[in-house]
Design a binder for this molecule. Structure first.
Ligand code: F6P
Length: 339
């Protein structure tokens, strides 16, 4: 059995743990040959592939980034990388055949799962593994990378509290998440954010301003506003909110954009565990010939879902999510009226 593995899209903590999980299970349990494809789908177009041994997979569990490299190359879209127009899916299929691969493991977020699903129509046996700090892959309750990012972002909010307190300031922190507010909601609640603004809940800044004025009236001299980058397109959401709100409440605000720090560094223990479980399960699916699937976490158990049914859909925060309800109970403001 020959299996190719690639990591595509933005990186996140836990990618190496996932590569190790699937690779080691394939090598040790199924005596398979494992191939690492460089820089996501780019490596399969340019045939940049190397065989991975057990040694390659040792000592990488705790490493951030990905030993394979990644890229945002989308085989079904035109890219600046290639000067001439080429039939990328056909080249990928030709290289897959040349390598005599039995399966291609695609570790990535939404875009990657969509590409994997399309490639299966070209006769490529694919299995998807969901990763992203955004936690927005449909079909799984959690992606690896999310837990680590919540930890990093919560730590940052904790630190903002002390400086905000010292200066009696209102601080705005912008976290990642273009479409989904999972990271902002979880880190916002864990970090005791007073205001949490996410893309799924349309906000009214007048309501936020009223809330902040009320806090001031109650001698709460500092406030933390946690916003997802996706609440404002085309510019920094943190900057936008700080500028607008400071006029409404007539007070200066400071903004922090946490940025790529949220994606870097060693994975949390929970992400290492989830990535390892996803990895080993992926190898079992391959051995059974159960292709066209994405491994997933459902009700605490590892299972798989059909890529045909899930690829291309987003997992967004529902407005009635229990964590939103509990945050409302303790007085958190989401910039909106709830029934
Ligand atoms: O998909 C994860 C993510 O971190 C998003 O939250 C973020 O907006 C995006 O990737 C940015 O990544 P890049 O700049 O690498 O395209």
């Amino acid at each position: 059995m020959k299996v190719g593995i690639l990591t595509a899209g933005g990186d996140c903590p836990g990618l190496n743990a996932a590569i190790r999980g699937v690779g080691k299970t394939l090598l040790l349990k199924y005596n398979a040959r494992v191939y690492g494809i460089s820089s996501g789908f780019l490596g399969l177009i340019e045939n940049d592939v190397r065989e991975l041994t057990e040694e390659d997979l040792s000592g990488i569990l705790t490493l951030g980034g990905t030993i394979l490299g990644t890229s945002r190359e989308k085989p079904f879209k035109k890219s600046k990388h290639f000067l001439q127009e080429i039939d990328k899916p056909a080249i990928i299929k030709a290289n897959y055949d040349k390598l005599e691969l039995d399966c291609l493991v695609c570790i990535g977020g939404n875009g990657t799962q969509k590409t994997a699903s399309k490639l299966s129509k070209y006769g490529i046996n694919v299995i998807g593994m969901p990763k992203t700090i955004d936690n927005d892959v449909f079909g799984t309750e959690q992606t690896f990378g999310f837990h680590s990012a919540v930890e990093i972002a919560t730590g940052a909010i904790d630190r903002l509290h002390t400086t905000a307190n010292a200066h009696k300031r209102i601080m705005v922190i912008e976290l990642m998440g273009h479409h989904a507010g999972w990271l902002t909601l979880y880190a916002g609640v864990a970090g005791g954010g007073d205001v949490i603004l996410i893309p799924e809940i349309p906000y009214d800044l007048e309501l936020v301003a009223d809330y902040l004025r009320d806090r001031q009236a109650r001698n709460k001299n500092s406030s933390i506003i946690v916003v997802a980058e996706g609440i404002k397109k085309g510019m920094s959401a943190g900057h936008y909110i700080a500028t607008k709100l400071s006029k409404l409440v007539e007070e200066q605000m400071r903004e922090t954009v946490l940025g790529y720090i949220q994606r870097g560094g060693t994975p949390s223990p929970m992400d290492r565990i989830l990535a390892t479980r996803f990895g080993a399960y992926t190898a079992h699916l391959i051995a059974k010939g159960n292709f066209g699937q994405m491994v997933a976490l459902q009700n605490g158990r590892i299972t798989s879902v059909s890529l045909k049914e899930t690829a291309g859909k987003l997992n967004l925060v529902p407005k009635d999510h229990p964590l939103i309800k509990r945050a409302l109970d303790i007085g958190t403001c989401f910039g909106a009226k709830f029934d």
